[in-house]
Every structure is written in structure tokens, then in C-alpha cells.
Design a protein around this ligand. Structure first.
Ligand code: FAD
Length: 263
């Protein structure tokens, strides 16, 4: 897995992204690994790394320590998140003496140092939000606390993104709301992810991936075509930044970028 990760990093490096971010395992389970990988990216590549950090399973003091260590290692960009319950089931309960929501984490990070902070946004509304309006209001709070970029949850219908973007603009949100693109490398896994985060999967996708479980080349082709199509709809309508969820499949991202004439 580690070798595959570094292959991915090298492939991404050639695409010259603005930054690469490294996720933080559910429940804070990859704390040390995330830290080590982000540091290695800083030290051994020309890429600009960003570290995801969640509020789960840690006190404020513990999270503040992690953040200070990032700052000292010259990791100055944090993707600040609330995170999910460690078992992904049940209601989210803040950790005792922990940061409650991502907005609180953004405030805490800004007290430690002048981090560049990205936060999450949900074109199809966060699954546990009390309403789409409340969810947008909470996004605005994260921005008012100091976030300068929002990265969206993945979606498969560009119109959902554009409707959401319009709402953010009406609310006075001026920072980039960068669309998150998930190339589907495994359909069953994408359905599971979408179920968890409330993203809709278009009905025709099931047919497109039908019978391709054992045919990786054909599956990749479908995946690349779908993601290229979404990206084209976005870039044809004024979007000039894309964020890819690579899941170590930088080969798919590379092919999509080639289709889009990026590089
Ligand atoms: C780009 C991106 C990257 C991600 N990376 C990771 C990762 O590395 N590791 C990981 O474990 N998870 C990751 N996630 C998943 C994320 O942790 C979950 O979606 C989580 O459920 C919400 O995180 P958040 O930062 O959006 O939370 P928040 O912004 O805190 O929102 C969570 C919910 O609480 C509500 N809310 C927010 N503030 C308040 C308030 N003050 N009062 C009442 N309600 C409030 C919101 O409306 C929303 O329903 C990522 C998601 C995205 C989109």
C-alpha cells in the first residue's frame, strides 16, 4: 500500500496540482500515518501538502498539539473537519473537552498559527444537517472563522453543484467552493460512500458498471468517461479548480486530466 501511495504521489506531482491533501482516517485512526506522509511529501517532493484533521477522539489540547507539530514541520495548510462517529454508525457525539464542530476547530487552529484552512461543503446537504439552509449557515460560520477554501463532497450531477454554488453566492460566500470529483474505481464502494454521505448516484451508472467487476480495463474506461464528462460540464460553465478524490488511483486522475488538456 505504501509503495502504491508513493507511485500515486509521483504521478500527481507531474500534474502540478495547487496542493495535495492527505486524509485522516475515521476516528483519527491514521493520525501518525497522516502526519508522516504529509511530512514526507513536504520533504521529498515539489508538491504543496495539506493535512486533513478531524475533531474525533481527541481533546482540544491533543488536537492543538498536532496542529503545532504541523506548523513546526512547515505544513501550513489544514483541511479542517468535524469527522464522523468512529464506527460510522449512530449519532456524532463530540469528544469530552474536544472541538465540537469543524467551525470550532477552524477557530482553534487560527489561534495557534495563521494556517491556510480549507473546509468541507455539501452540494447535496450534509446527511445529519437539520436543513439545507442550516448547513449553509454552518459553512458560512467556518468561513467567518477563517477558512479560505471550501472543498465539496463528491457529487455526480453538475447541476447539484451549480445550484449549491448559487446559494453560497446569495449568502455572501466569496471564497472558492472547489468541486470534489470522485472517479469511481469500484462501483459497490462508491454506492457505499454515497449512502454514507447522502450523494445521489444516477440510475444509469448501475448499468454502465454492470458485469465489469472482473474487467478492470473496461471499468476504468467507464470511470474516466463519467468523471471527464462531469469535469467538462463544470469547466465549460466557469469552474477553474477541481479537487480529485484519488483514493490512490492517480492513474484515473491522470487520464481524466489528459482528457481535459490539463498538462
Ligand atoms: C473535502 C472533504 C474531506 C474530508 N476528509 C475527511 C477525512 O480526512 N477524515 C474523515 O474522517 N472525514 C473526512 N470527511 C468527512 C467529514 O468528516 C464528514 O462529512 C463529517 O460528517 C462532517 O464534517 P464537516 O467538517 O463537514 O463538519 P461540520 O462542518 O462541523 O458539519 C457537520 C454537521 O453539523 C452541522 N453543524 C455544523 N456546525 C454546527 C453548529 N455550530 N451547530 C449545530 N450544527 C452544526 C452541519 O450542518 C452538519 O450537518 C471529508 C469530507 C469532505 C467533504
Amino acid at each position: 500500500m505504501e509503495a502504491k501511495l508513493w507511485d500515486s504521489v509521483k504521478t500527481l506531482e507531474a500534474l502540478k496540482p495547487q496542493f495535495v491533501s492527505v486524509t485522516y482516517g475515521a476516528g483519527g485512526s491514521t493520525r501518525e500515518k497522516t502526519h508522516a506522509i504529509v511530512k514526507k511529501i513536504r520533504q521529498e517532493t515539489a508538491l504543496e501538502p495539506a493535512a486533513h484533521l478531524t475533531c474525533v477522539n481527541a481533546t482540544r489540547a491533543e488536537i492543538d498539539e498536532i496542529a503545532k507539530a504541523y506548523w513546526d514541520s512547515k505544513i501550513h495548510h489544514i483541511v479542517a473537519l468535524r469527522g464522523d462517529p468512529p464506527d460510522m454508525k449512530g449519532k456524532y457525539v463530540p469528544y469530552p473537552n474536544g472541538y465540537q464542530y469543524a467551525g470550532d476547530l477552524v477557530k482553534g487552529l487560527k489561534k495557534i498559527a495563521d494556517f491556510e484552512i480549507s473546509v468541507a461543503a455539501y452540494p447535496e446537504t450534509h446527511p445529519s444537517a437539520t436543513s439545507a439552509e442550516d448547513d449553509l449557515r454552518h459553512l458560512k460560520e467556518k468561513i467567518d472563522a477563517g477558512a479560505t477554501r471550501a472543498i465539496t463532497q463528491f457529487f455526480f450531477n453538475a447541476d447539484d453543484y451549480f445550484r449549491f454554488l448559487e446559494k453560497t453566492q446569495k449568502l455572501g460566500i466569496k471564497i472558492p467552493v472547489v468541486p470534489g470529483i470522485l472517479p469511481i474505481s469500484n462501483f459497490a464502494q462508491a454506492v457505499r460512500f454515497a449512502d454514507m454521505c447522502g450523494a445521489k448516484i444516477p440510475a444509469n451508472f448501475k448499468n454502465l458498471f454492470e458485469g465489469l467487476d472482473e474487467k478492470p480495463e473496461e471499468r476504468n474506461k467507464v470511470s474516466i468517461e463519467i468523471a471527464t464528462d462531469i469535469c467538462r460540464k463544470l469547466t465549460d460553465n466557469g469552474v477553474n479548480q477541481l479537487h480529485f478524490y484519488t483514493l490512490n488511483r492517480s492513474d484515473l486522475v491522470q487520464a481524466i486530466c489528459k482528457n481535459l488538456n490539463i498538462q
